[in-house]
Design a protein around this ligand. Structure first.
Ligand SMILES: Cc1cc2nc3c(=O)[nH]c(=O)nc-3n(C[C@H](O)[C@H](O)[C@H](O)COP(=O)(O)OP(=O)(O)OC[C@H]3O[C@@H](n4cnc5c(N)ncnc54)[C@H](O)[C@@H]3O)c2cc1C
Length: 1145
């Protein structure tokens, strides 16, 4: 293995872990570890105790600052900064782990895990199911399946959840569903036991630390209706509900009218932003004993709306109340009157199928290039053996750092105090700008546009600005101490910060865009407008940010070396720039610094500029303290400091013919760049390059890159391009709504011809055969059965009141720029090959493609039986900035191909050097094996190592690639979801032009991954900030990335093999970023479904000022979708029904 400096960790000590042997059947937990688990001192400190009482009596004798725990999963929600001195594990007290069932109900011990409770309830349902009331057990179990993840269900307890709900106001599902089921709880206080209803328990003062919740009892009913509901950003897995509910009703039939009478009902609502789940007593009273007519139901839902009212500041308050209304409507409407009930349409039978198809054409001309070989290092990663920067064992005396960041946008920093609660002996240093050594500079990152400081000086410039680097003995200590640090701000006599792009315009606060980067206009806007039949003026689109959410957070390890040198391991997409920044910061020549990056656990642009201050802070601290310093930036800090994608505000005017043909477009674009330049000056050209996917007739624009007092934004996968592509679609949608035509027809009529493509993309349009978009559009229409599905969608929407579908086809034209890249190939004595490239393996398969290229290009020497063997002989090693210089940025999708090209050039040289020898040996011996050739070459002093720097000339370094996606969504509920605004992606079909793919398996993964990340941006991820601009979506509780729940139920991806592209590397085209843009098709399809819902709403007599030109924000999260479909759609519907139909009132 190559030198990571400390990689001896792999096999240094004899491991006591038994070797895994799959022939041995079940692997047992190692004996030696059992004894460690029994220890009372698991928390790594003499002061902390972990006790496991076996009976209540033992528990009574324990005193101190005690925390009772079962799974301790609550620590994931309430991040504990201060430790208790004693933890008491309740799992070994038998009474707390019992499950008892009798004819009147089931009693579940408080320490029983959610998983075990689910099994017990299912079993109880099986046994008791002759009784109709046993459905309660089944429904509760089904609801519990949606809680957290399997890990949370297997570890978290029922009691722990209820105590969190009671004591800490946790938005629990379990409290709501058990409240709806009329459950009771048993409490043990001292030696006394008490049984109270769950409702009373929740309303009581907080359970004191001496009391233990011992069990919960769910009664068994004989005959009733029971249902539970949950509206959450994800159907399954790790998303707390916006609101949940459970309803129980005992019914009888009214003798005279035959209508349903509710003899008894329990209506519980929870998680909506009140202290705890409640019973809607007033609504229950209203309904009990009455015949359920439409009028009664209408009264009941209005009362629910007045009852389920979140506290101010909860967020989406109106939405939550509206969903609560929807839940009750869904529960009761089938009983009230068949004509108002929820329609169930059978057209959806095809939806349930899940299937995935990947299609590509195999090219064998350049084998093994073009083959779908397995990703290099996949087994290492899957087994956990792969070494990332944070896996390198700490060298002796290694310290750990954590950033102290500002929470104010613009303030004088009077001082930073370490909180006395964090123990002072933890802390080794608090490094800030004053610690920059003589000759060094306060620099945290550098780009061609300038640099940004490592630390704020006496003024903080934004919330999230780096103020200091706190160094302690362990990462946990550093994190806790930095979180507790008290920053003394002074706001006196300071100007108000610039927090919006409008403020920036008012105060002329802009970054300069170098003229060579400012995009060029096309045609004459005024003339184009004059030709138009219709004009839209000053329409507005706003689009927000997105966080990178790489699996591996930012990491670095800096180790001081002899003679004032520094070795830094960094999870960076651009080690070369990390290197230069460190050298400048600590004031040493660049040859004193060495930055090593083996692989990065996901970057998406966030490990480029933003990785530099992380590594530089470690290097500075190591330089000052003369000790190794490392960091794994915790997720909260990373989310606050990362900046992410550029938010934008766009105002546009557009002219178009009645046919939908666009004649002119003018845009005023305000880009929120944050406080430092970063790479923001490239955003205008990226935005405009992708917006040019349509023929706009004439195109005019004004783009301002605004400097605001917010964290500086950085490149994120498709920087500026995602926004440009989306804005193009928003304009098309607006035109279609104005003309009342299908948006996809407007798209089609405005696709480029090759002539217009040359006008809009003069530097990259290529030859006529290279323009594949029309082909893609037609092919995809066929393979996705677009026309038939459009008819089906329309039919479906007619048949369904509470569920609507939408279909949309979105194209992309994406410009890519190939940058220079270095490479080195060396052939060792045994014939094995070692390769270095400037590009970093970020999970995008760069190493895999480079390996294939090396095998192909060296294979041209044509030794006997070579092809397959050579692939196995190649090892790509880590980037080392002193070994291979000019590595540049791994960015812009093209680094794989440029790294491949660099390697191809090296191989060409090596083959040239080896050829005479090979010919000679062939003549002498008839056959030449690779190993023999290399041995001979070593003996005959052939230089078997070479490097190169691939740099395409400016005339051919840009090219276009194309793709399109058709997405179909089902939005707005049926059964449960109409009323929630939930969206399901039923199907996506993608066709993407990869040229001749270097590795179709890798490229399919890139296309699918990018698309799903785009779905996150367009549909899920809310990167919110408070009024100071401080990021408040700072963890997985609030920031929801896509999961298996989100990906399309049917997902068909095809790579278009588009033949020869003479200026491309073996005719290949990049695919790392462009497919992300295609995910806007999901947003557009959702918009189509919402439009259908709004048309229906209008037919019920509801009107708003926007009509068909409504704005569906990005991301189209559930509250956004529901709002556009009418927060009071149920009430509107009922009013309309009652007034226009003769329903029973
Ligand atoms: C990632 C994640 C997702 C989640 N999603 C959901 C969700 O969607 N819906 C939902 O309802 N819940 C959700 N939860 C909450 C989860 O159900 C609870 O964290 C879990 O049930 C708590 O059980 P525990 O045994 O881990 O409690 P612990 O963390 O051990 O204890 C929790 C609290 O209760 C106290 N306590 C525990 N047992 C007793 C007792 N018998 N008597 C007195 N006090 C006691 C503890 O002192 C502590 O204050 C989620 C949790 C996580 C971590």
């Amino acid at each position: 293995m190559e030198d990571l400096g400390f990689n001896s960790f792999c096999k240094t000590k004899e491991s006591r872990m038994p070797v895994y042997d799959n022939n041995q059947g079940i692997s047992r937990f190692p004996e030696f570890l059992k004894s460690e688990c029994k220890s009372n001192l698991l928390l790594g400190s003499e002061k902390l105790r972990w006790l496991t009482p076996k009976a209540f009596l033992e528990l009574d004798n324990i005193v101190g600052l005690v925390k009772l725990v079962v799974g301790n999963t609550s620590a994931g929600y309430y991040k504990e900064l201060e430790n208790c001195d004693t933890y008491i594990d309740l799992r070994y007290i038998p009474e707390l782990s019992c499950i008892r069932r009798d004819p009147v109900g089931i009693e579940i011990g408080a320490a029983v895990t959610i998983s075990k409770a689910i099994c017990a309830l299912r079993e109880a349902f099986r046994i008791e199911s002759p009784s109709e009331g046993a459905i309660v057990y089944k429904k509760i179990a089904a609801h519990m399946e949606k809680i957290g993840t399997k890990f949370v269900q297997n570890t978290g307890s029922i009691g722990g959840n209820l105590v969190m709900a009671q004591r800490e106001h946790f938005p629990s599902d379990i409290a709501t569903i058990l409240l709806g089921a009329g459950a009771f709880v048993n409490i043990r206080s001292g030696t006394a036991y008490e049984t109270v209803s769950l409702e009373e328990f929740l309303e009581r003062p907080h359970l004191d630390s001496k009391s233990v919740l011992s069990s919960v009892k769910i009664p068994l009913y004989r005959k009733l209706l029971f249902e539970t509901y949950r509206a959450a950003p994800r159907a399954h897995g790790n998303a707390l509900a916006y609101v949940n509910a459970a309803f129980l009703a005992e019914l009888s039939s009214c003798g005279s009218s035959g209508g349903a009478v509710l003899n008894k009902c329990l209506l519980a609502f929870g998680a909506y932003g009140k202290k705890h789940a409640i019973r809607a007593r007033e609504v229950e009273k209203l309904l009990t004993g009455r015949v359920l007519t439409a009028r009664v139901l209408y009264e009941a839902i209005n009362l629910v709306k007045a009852t389920v009212v979140p506290e101010e500041g909860t967020g989406s308050e109106a939405y939550r109340s509206s969903v609560a209304v929807g839940f009750l409507f869904e529960f009761l409407s089938p009983l009230a009157d068949a004509t108002i009930g929820i329609s169930r349409c059978t057209l959806s039978s095809k939806d349930a199928e899940e299937n995935y198809e990947e299609v590509f054409q195999l090219h064998i001309d350049y084998r093994p290039v073009g083959e779908p070989i397995v990703t290099s290092g996949a087994a290492l990663q899957a087994s956990g053996e792969a070494v990332y920067a944070d896996d390198i064992p700490s060298p002796e005396n290694c310290l750990h750092g954590s950033f102290v960041y500002s929470t104010k946008p613009l303030a004088r920093v009077r001082g930073i105090q370490v909180n006395p609660k964090s123990q002072s002996n933890w802390i080794s240093g608090l490094i800030n700008y004053k610690d920059i050594p003589k000759g060094g500079k306060n620099v945290g990152s550098m780009t061609i546009f300038g640099s940004e400081p490592l630390f704020a000086d006496d003024f903080t410039q934004c919330a999230g600005d780096r103020l200091a680097f706190l160094v302690a003995g362990t990462q946990k200590e550093a994190d806790v101490a930095s979180r507790l640090a008290i920053v003394n701000y002074d706001l006196e006599n300071l100007e108000a910060p610039i927090l919006t792009v409008e403020d920036a315009v008012a105060r002329s606060s802009f970054f300069q865009v170098p003229p060579f980067l400012y995009p060029k206009e096309v045609g004459d806007f005024s003339k184009g407008m004059a030709e138009a039949d219709h004009q839209i003026f000053s329409a507005e689109v706003k689009i927000d940010s997105q966080y990178y959410f790489y699996m591996e957070s930012q990491t670095a390890l800096a180790v001081p070396d002899e003679d004032n040198c520094m070795v830094v391991y960094s999870s960076s997409q651009c080690p070369e720039y990390v290197h230069a920044t460190i050298a400048q910061c600590i004031g040493v020549p660049e040859h004193n610094v060495r930055v090593i990056t083996r692989r990065v656990g996901g970057g998406f642009g966030g490990k480029a500029i933003k990785s530099m201050p992380v590594a530089t802070a470690c290097a500075l601290a190591a330089h000052v303290l003369r000790q190794p310093v490392r960091i794994y930036v915790n997720r909260k800090t990373d989310m606050i400091m990362a900046g992410g994608r550029h938010p934008m505000k766009i105002t546009y005017s557009v002219g178009f013919k009645s046919t939908g043909k666009i004649t002119a477009l003018k845009l005023d674009i305000l880009v929120d760049a944050g406080i430092y330049t970063d790479i923001s000056p490239v955003i205008p050209s990226n935005f405009m390059a992708v917006l040019r996917k349509y023929d706009w007739g004439a195109l005019s624009f004004d783009i301002k890159v605004c400097k605001t007092n917010t964290v500086s934004r950085s490149a994120m996968r498709g920087p500026g391009e995602v926004q440009g592509s989306y804005v193009a679609e928003a304009i098309i949608e607006n035109i279609a709504s104005t003309l009342s035509v299908n948006a996809d027809c407007v798209r089609k009529i405005n696709l480029h011809t090759h002539d217009s493509l040359m006008l809009f993309h003069p530097d990259s349009s290529g030859e006529v055969p290279e323009y594949t978009l029309s082909l893609i559009w037609e092919k995809l229409a066929q393979s996705s059965e677009y026309s038939q599905r459009r008819e089906m969608v329309s039919e479906f929407n007619k048949c369904n009141v509470w569920k609507k579908r939408g279909l949309s086809c979105v194209p992309i034209v994406h410009e890519l720029i190939v940058r220079p890249a270095p490479g080195r190939v060396s052939i060792l004595r045994d014939g094995s090959i070692v390769v270095e490239v400037g590009g970093i393996e970020l999970g995008q398969g760069l190493w895999t493609k480079v390996k294939q290229m090396t095998a192909f290009a060296l294979g041209l020497i044509k030794c006997d039986a070579l092809e397959v063997d050579l692939l196995e002989k190649v090892r790509i090693i880590q980037a080392d900035t002193l070994s291979l210089i000019q590595g540049g940025f791994t960015a812009g999708s093209t680094t794989s191909e440029s790294s491949c090209e660099a390697v191809r050039l090296c191989c060409e040289i090596l083959v040239e050097r080896l050829r005479p020898l090979k010919e000679k040996l062939k003549t002498e011996m008839g056959s030449v094996q690779w190993e023999m050739l290399i041995q001979q070459a070593h003996m005959q002093v052939v230089n078997l190592s070479t490097s190169s720097y691939s740099g395409p000339d400016f005339s051919s370094n840009r090219y276009l690639t194309y793709g399109a996606a058709v997405s179909e969504v089902s939005s707005i509920q049926v059964e449960v979801n109409l009323l929630t605004g939930g969206t399901t992606i039923l199907r996506s079909d993608i066709l993407y032009d990869c040229g001749r793919s270097l590795n179709p398996a890798v490229d399919l993964g890139q296309i699918e991954g990018a698309y799903v990340q785009g779905i996150g941006y367009f549909m899920l991820e809310e990167y919110t900030r408070n009024s100071d601009g401080l990021v408040t979506s700072d963890g997985t509780w609030t920031y929801k990335i896509p999961t298996v729940d989100t990906i399309p139920k049917q997902f068909n991806v095809e790579i278009l093999s588009s033949g020869n592209h003479k200026n491309r590397v073996l005719s290949s085209k990049a695919c790392g970023e462009p497919p992300l843009l295609l995910a806007s098709s999901v947003h557009c399809a959702t918009r189509a479904a919402v439009r259908a819902a709004r048309e229906q709403l209008q037919s019920w007599g509801y009107h708003d000022e926007y009509g068909p030109t409504f704005n569906l924000e990005v991301p189209a999260v559930m509250p956004t979708v529901k709002e556009q479909c009418g927060l009071d759609n149920v009430e509107t519907y009922m009013k309309w029904k009652m007034s226009t139909h003769r329903v029973e009132q």
